[in-house]
Design a protein around this ligand. Structure first.
Ligand code: SF4
Length: 335
């Protein structure tokens, strides 16, 4: 069932004028929306008027899913816990992933390291957080298409006592991924694969033409080997597109279980896009098949779906008018 994308009962909206926060900052709070699941989306206005979003939430082991079929090899990425902020690295995105709301809005510009770091600092002050924060580059934009500023932000976070550690989630921009391996050994890496053949992945993620699955996984394996820490392969399940038993078998065959584990995600509805959210049972079956194939896996429950801030849902109100037009390009058969 599609969820309502209008604000629902129980969701609290505030805007900058009503907010007690009136500090000088390179970004200003445009508005904040709180989800019924406890997460909160902040919409930030940049100095040039562009809007970006970040999402904050608290992670506990349950909210990350139980890892099944764990094997030896490289150490797993650090167990997520506590306060987490998912930051944007670009205003808009020009990768154009067919399933992503952000990809439906025009790319405006890269964010500076300071604009990235400030999303975390401002969120912490608004929420009066005192314990360290975990940062994930998985908001608007492809972080490895803005590598200079993202790497500078990682360095700033590393020196920041308020930040516990940083994860980067990428589609897999191979040259920048190799640079990340050399220059950012402290980060945890998530690679968004979402398909097991180049044909399907290119339809979902046009950038796959430039960086196909084998190259992306090779770069991921190099990262895991260099730092002795597993890389998480994010796999968004789309009903009837990439959720077949054959996909699970191919995925297990593609991955070295000593270097990779799989994070399964259920796609969050984006109106106008030709995908359907699968039932939880399908995800459980897919997960069991991966475990049978020797690969560790876990299912991450969706966050913030009711406020359009879940994975792939981030899009500014201003950009919604572009959505229908751009979505037409997504209505091609995928399989
Ligand atoms: S999934 Fe990431 S890289 Fe793809 S369009 Fe969305 S923001 Fe850009």
């Amino acid at each position: 069932m599609k969820h309502a994308h209008s604000l629902q009962e129980g969701i609290h909206v505030s805007d900058a004028a009503q907010s007690p926060i009136a500090e000088e900052s390179i970004i200003s709070l445009d508005r904040r929306v709180s989800s019924q699941d406890g997460s909160a989306k902040s919409v930030w206005r940049l100095h040039d008027g562009n809007l970006v979003e970040s999402l904050s939430f608290d992670l506990n082991p349950e909210s990350f899913g139980t890892v099944e079929g764990a094997v030896g090899g490289a150490a797993p990425v650090r167990t997520p816990r506590g306060h987490t902020v998912c930051v944007s690295s670009q205003a808009g995105c020009n990768v154009g992933c067919r399933f992503c709301a952000t990809g439906l809005q025009p790319m405006k510009r890269n964010l500076t390291a300071e604009e990235i770091v400030e999303q975390v600092h401002r969120t912490r002050r608004i929420e009066e957080r005192t314990t360290p924060t975990r940062v994930i580059f998985a908001g608007m934009g492809e972080p490895l298409l803005n590598p200079d500023e993202v790497l500078r932000a990682v360095t700033l976070f590393e020196q920041d006592a308020e930040v516990e550690h940083v994860s980067v989630s990428t589609i897999g921009v191979v040259p920048a991924l190799q640079r990340l391996t050399r220059e950012a050994p402290s980060v945890d890496l998530f690679i968004s694969l979402h398909a097991t053949t180049d044909e399907v992945r290119t339809r979902l993620i046009p950038l796959n033409k430039a960086y196909p699955i084998a190259e992306v996984l090779r770069a991921g394996a190099d990262f895991a080997t260099a730092h002795g820490r597993m890389v998480d392969i994010s796999y968004l399940l789309f009903g009837g597109v990439n959720d077949f038993d054959e996909d699970a078998d191919r995925l297990a065959a593609l991955l070295d279980p000593e270097l990779f584990r799989v994070q399964l995600l259920l796609w969050n509805d984006v109106p106008g896009l030709p995908f359907s959210r699968i039932e939880d049972e399908v995800a459980r079956r897919f997960s069991a098949r991966l475990v049978d194939g020797g690969v560790s896996t876990y299912i991450t429950p969706s966050k913030a779906r009711d406020i359009d801030a879940g994975c792939g849902q981030m899009i500014t109100e201003e950009a919604k008018k572009h959505r229908v037009e751009r979505a037409q390009g997504a209505l091609l058969p995928l399989v």
